[in-house]
Design a protein around this ligand. Sequence first.
Ligand code: BT5
Length: 372
Amino acid sequence: MQYSPTFMLRLCRECRHGGSMKTKILDILIKAGGATVSGPEISLALNISRVAVWKQIKQLKDMGYPVASGPRGYLLDMDSDIPMPFYFKGREDMIHYFPVLGSTMDKARELAREGAPHMTVVIAGEQESGRGRLCRKWFSSRGGLWFTLVVRPNLPPTMAWQVNFAASTALASTIRREFHMDVRLKWPNDLLFDDKKLAGLLSEMETYGDMISFVAIGIGLNVNNSPSRDEPNAVSMGDILGEKVDRRILLSAFLDGFESTLSGHGIPVPCRGVPGDGESCNRGSCVYSGIDYPGNEGSTGPGLGHPSIVDSWKRMTGTIGRDVRIETYDETFEGLAVDVDDSGALVIRQEDGFIRKINHGDCFHRNGKGKL
Ligand code: BT5
């Protein structure tokens, strides 16, 4: 497709002000909707030389953007499953995609501290220092879905676990519903398939007075990568399904599912897009979706009359009924996992019959196919 100079100049004016030259080129290619745009057209629209266009395009490719070049010009591969913001209609401003990051947790924290709104999503094509809990290494090569969600629940810090349970519940439901895979939740927040680790969740929080300012929920989901090369007990969706999975569809379904899970369980959050506790935000003026539900008026906690998030989580867990070993920072417990209580604590029955509740720790399923 050829564009007239007037059209290209209009495109240029529509480019994000202050954006980098690469952003402006991307904008042009996105607006072309997968059609080829010639080098001279881009150079005219942006008032740069054709060599400069070529250099910028090369850098975009090196960064992992699916830009193809041919004799007639350049195009953006709209069929690529790279989860770039423009794919997520209605969420474009909240999605931040970076081909490479150290960790999405750090970028999300930075944005959250600057006031990024509830449901801001930071995605990395690959992470150079992806981390798990206790700063364990998280392998994050290209093809996986590595992202952090900024969530701003209207809850005290002691209730933050509900948001984590909501995220793992929504992720498991999404994968089951969209991909018909029998994934299981391992307490507190891993997703397993056939006892192998498909996804891990990591949560970091900052507070504001007596309330949560934000929870950054990091989700590492093995999709089209091959994690077993680095981690023998890991598996990816591609390994299981035997085909490539479109990460855009997956993420989009998860984000919708996560918001429904929060509201359906009466977990009070601001409307999407409402800023955080930065100086510009008067929290009292925000509308919390939690108060919209019958029985939840004016509540700062989960609403009455809502199903408990723990019950929804328990429906998909593979931990209850298993012999487990729990390692906390200074103790180890063993027993049969019999329940998860209303505070998210794992309840185990030890060999001597003692019932113990454990709030946090690493959980290993015993008698499975190995250490998890
Ligand atoms: C977790 O920690 O399972 C949380 C992982 C969270 C990763 C996401 S990716 C986006 C965001 N940005 C980050 O930097 N992190 C988050 P934990 O329960 O501590 O499990 C860590 C352990 O999982 C490691 O010690 C390995 O044994 C194993 N592991 C590492 N990479 C893996 C992978 N890709 N798939 C499966 N297991 C992995």
